[in-house]
Design a protein around this ligand. Structure first.
Ligand code: NAD
Length: 480
């Protein structure tokens, strides 16, 4: 597997010919390489996107929509190949990779519909002689910067709405996962997307990318998914040209279980939210709060289920937890666990790196449950980004809401209750952009996904998703 750059419909090597290796986090083995793009390549990609913009913007929405639907179909036809590539470079179990490919395809389908529904307005004028129009128009050239944890889905979540709106794009995937992005862009291109509409630049070092796009007046929009730290840096860079930026950043999800909940459903929800992608998701539970009367019961259920999880290479049947992305990630997870144990938490499952036998060359960590987490522990405030569930007890609804909102992040939150008045009260008071009530899985193409506070701004998906790529121009026509 060797990825090249996609510029103006052509797959090309980087200026200078450099490449970088891509590794399997389960084995440490090199599984391929990608072209090491430079600032020169980014500028070539912006040239291509800028040249393609007038034609794509002028393409009838219904025709853009047809291409998006074909893109969804080609992605589905190639699901096995894209999923295998994803597991090879990212590590997640094949079943999860297949699910992610379908999820990525669903965004092309959804935005095919949204392209046709990008309505403007005719506003009743203040003066009867005038007419007022509101015209939705594409922002222009858009840049997409994506992380490694969902290497197909997060590219699709940006590229599909941009294409639907009539924007052209330059996609920059994470260094760890360029091959999945290349496979996805190949599907989009082979579906009939005109040259220059969707470009791909892979880089071994991301900084030349942001340097080039933030200095280029032709790039009018940057959509970023990644860490809050890098997001803040990009906000600062965007100031010089007042570029439109949308940001899907880090999260630190609370998961609250009230005593009146269906406890089997609640534990299912925690397991799904916490351990999907080995806990490397921005929406995964980081703090589990359980009401005191059912605390011991939920804790025991969680510890038993966690200890029974099958860890291994994502290519092996039955594996539920793959490797973490790299050794640094294992280091951070282990540091969070050690810190919690040192400060009084009790280990009920896991708590160790896995280094024996089949795990020897990979980045594996045992699924872990910590009882009795508290505010002075790192796990309480920092994203762990690994398979560690920290649990503690609460007494009242008011306390649960206070604890849940005790974070600088505001991406996702979950809670379980069978009291429907409480359900509405709690949902309304959680300071999070995405709330799961009686479920731990909340992502879909038809809903507006995004954060509050330091989790960023902007929404991806749903009827709001296309707005991130549209300007709404108001036109006053006098004396008609
Ligand atoms: P990261 O911020 O290190 O990297 C994300 C992307 O930004 C990568 O493509 C990287 O190459 C690029 N990047 C880094 N520095 C850059 C710079 N100076 N200029 C231009 N690009 C730069 O994040 P990560 O470790 O890849 O991903 C994990 C983070 O992403 C977590 O914090 C997670 O919560 C977050 N995330 C958020 C969402 C969401 O929807 N809110 C989804 C997935 C992941």
């Amino acid at each position: 597997m060797h990825a090249r750059l996609l510029i103006d419909g052509e797959w090309v090597e980087a200026d200078g010919g450099g490449r970088f290796d891509v590794c399997d986090p389960a084995t440490g083995a090199t599984v391929g390489s990608a072209a090491a793009g430079s600032e020169v390549d980014v500028r070539r990609a912006v040239d291509a996107a800028a040249a393609a913009l007038p034609g794509w913007r002028a393409t009838a929405a219904v025709d853009r929509s047809k291409i998006l639907r074909r893109a969804a179909a080609v992605v589905r036809e190639r699901a096995e190949q894209i999923a295998a590539t994803m597991t090879a470079e990212q590590g997640k179990p094949l079943a999860e990779s297949r699910g992610e490919v379908e999820y990525a395809a669903s965004f092309f389908d959804w935005f095919a519909g949204e392209a046709e529904r990008a309505y403007g307005q005719v506003v009743p004028a203040m003066n009867a002689a005038n007419r007022v129009l509101v015209l939705p128009q594409p922002v222009g050239v858009a840049a997409a910067i994506t992380p490694w944890n969902f290497p197909a889905a997060l590219v699709a979540r940006k590229l599909a709405p941009a294409m639907a709106a009539g924007c052209t794009s330059i996609v920059k995937p994470a260094e760890a996962t360029p091959l999945t992005a290349a496979a996805l862009l190949a599907a989009v291109t082979d579906a009939g997307t005109p040259p220059g509409v969707a470009n791909l630049v892979t880089l071994a070092d991301p900084r030349p990318f942001s340097a080039a796009i933030f200095a280029d007046q032709r790039v009018r929009k940057v959509s970023f998914t990644g860490s809050t730290e890098v997001g803040k840096h990009l906000i600062r860079m965007s100031a010089d040209q007042v570029k439109r930026v949308s940001l899907e950043l880090g999260g630190h999800a609370p998961y609250v279980v009230f005593a009146d909940a269906d406890l089997d459903q609640a534990v299912d929800g925690i397991m799904a939210s916490k351990f999907r992608n080995a806990g490397q998701t921005c929406v995964c539970a980081n703090r589990v709060y359980v009401q005191r009367p059912v605390y011991e019961q939920v804790l025991a259920m969680l510890a038993t289920r966690t200890a029974a999880l099958t860890v291994g290479r994502g290519t092996e049947p039955g594996v539920e937890i793959g490797p973490l992305i790299d050794a640094k990630a294992v280091e951070k997870v282990d540091a969070h666990v050690r810190d919690a144990v040192d400060k009084g938490a009790r280990l009920l499952a896991g708590g160790t790196r896995l280094t024996d036998g089949a795990f020897a060359e990979g980045s594996f960590y045992a699924p872990t449950v910590l009882d009795g987490i508290s505010p002075e522990m790192r796990i309480w405030t920092e994203e762990t980004f690994g398979p560690v569930a920290g649990v503690t007890a609460f007494d009242s609804e008011e306390e649960a809401i206070r604890l849940a909102n005790d974070s600088v992040y505001g991406l996702s939150a979950y809670f379980h209750t069978r009291d429907y008045a409480r359900l509405l009260r709690v949902a309304e008071q959680l300071e999070y952009g995405v709330v799961g009530a009686n479920t731990g899985i909340i992502s879909a193409a038809n809903v507006p996904f995004g954060g509050m506070k330091e989790s960023g701004y902007g929404r991806e998906g749903g009827s709001l998703g296309i707005d991130e790529y549209l300007e709404h121009k108001y036109v006053l026509v006098a004396d008609v």
